[in-house]
Design a protein around this ligand. Sequence first.
Ligand code: SF4
Length: 421
Amino acid sequence: MTEKTLYLNSGKCSHAKCVFCGWGTYEYPKLSFNELKEWFDTRVDEVETLKIFNSGSFLDNNQVDPKFRKWLIKRCEELEIKNLVIESRPEFVTQESLNEMKSNKVHITVAIGLEVADNEVLKNVNKGFTVEDYLNAAKILKKNNFGLRSYVLVNIPFETDESLEKSIKIAKENSDSVVIINWFPHGYSPAFNLWLEGKHKPLDKTEFEEKTKTFTNVEKDFDNFVFKPLWPKNKQRWINGATEKELKHPYYEIWQDFIVRFYKNKRKNVLFVPCAFRKPYTRSKLHKAIRRALFKIPNSRELHLIVISSPGVIPYEFADKYPFNKYDWKEWEETPEIKQMYIEVNQKRIENYLQTHKYEKYFCYLRPDSESYKALHNACDMLGIKIIDCISDETFEKIKDEKNALSLDEPLEDLKKNLVF
Ligand code: SF4
C-alpha cells in the first residue's frame, strides 16, 4: 500500500500548553485557502493513504480554513486517495466539523493524542482535556464512520505503570489503531527542565522495549523524531570557570546521558582530539590544522573525531551545539584538586561512552601531559582497549613549550604517520 505523510505548518495549536510538547508552541503564519491548495497540490502524489500532520488540530478553523477541508476531500476523491489521516484535539471533533469532510470514497481517520487515559495525569501534564472529552470525540467519530487512531505516550512525566496500562486498554477499546510513543523531552517544552533537573529521564531503546513488551496489537514507536538535547535560546548561557560546578554542570550531564544511551555512531575508527579555546572548535587554528592533516589520509571519512574536554566526550558532529559552543574552561584557574577531579570525572564519562560504542581502532592526539590524555588512557586501561598515541615522545619533547603546539607541522606529521587503519 502506497502511503505519504505531509507536514502542514499553519497557525498555532489552540492549546499550546502541554508540558511535554515543544512543537505546539511554534506559531506559523496561517495559510490562506489559496496557499493551502497550492501547498497540497505541489506535494501530493497518487497514493492510497495520505497522512497530514500539523502540530495542533487540522479541524481547528483558526489553524486550517474550513473551505480547504471541504476542498481537500474532493481533491482526494479525484486523486483516488482511499485513506486520509489527520490530527486533532478532541474538542474540534464535532458533528459540524465532520459534516464538512464526509465522503463515500475516502475513509477519514482522526488521530488524537490521548497521551494518557487518567484525568489526574492529564491535569498534571496540562493536556487541557479529560478522558471523557476523548471518549466523547471517539463516540462522534464512530457515529459518523470516521476512524480513530490514538497516541499514548510511554514514560510521560507523572505516569505510573497503572496509568499506562489503563491508557492502552481505553485506547484499544475505542480506537481502530493505537500507537504507543516513547516520550522524549522536546527542547522547548517545560518538561525538558525535568530532565535537566534530574527528575525525569527519557527511556532508551532497551528500557522502552522492556516497558512495552506486554502490550500487543499496538504500534510501537521508539523514536518518532530525531531526538537530541536542544536548549531554548533563553537558557543558552556561557559556562565559564574551572571549578567543580562547571565540570559537573547539569547541562553536560544531560549530553553525556544522551551520548551514551541514545547516540549512534557509524564510523569504524576513533581519534580523540583536544578542545580549543575558540568556539566552535571547528573555527580554531588547531582544529583547522588537524582537519587539513586528516584530509590527506586515505579513508579518513571512516575516522570519528571526538573531543575530550570539561563537558566530557563530545562527538565532533555536536561541536557547534550548545553548550559545546559556549563554554570556557579557564585552565589558568585550575587547582591541583580540580585537575585530579577532571581526570576522574572524564575517565568515567569516557568509560561509559566506550562501553556502549565500539571501534576497530582507537587513536589519541592529545598532549601527553594533559588531564584529558590521562583520563582517556585510564579509561582505556580499565576497559582493556589498546589506544594508539599519535605524537611520538621525541616530537612532544621538542614542541611542548610552543604556543598551540599541536597545530605545528611535526606533531601533525606524526599524526598522519600513525593513523593506519
Ligand atoms: S501536544 Fe498537541 S495539543 Fe498539546 S501543545 Fe502539542 S500540539 Fe498542542
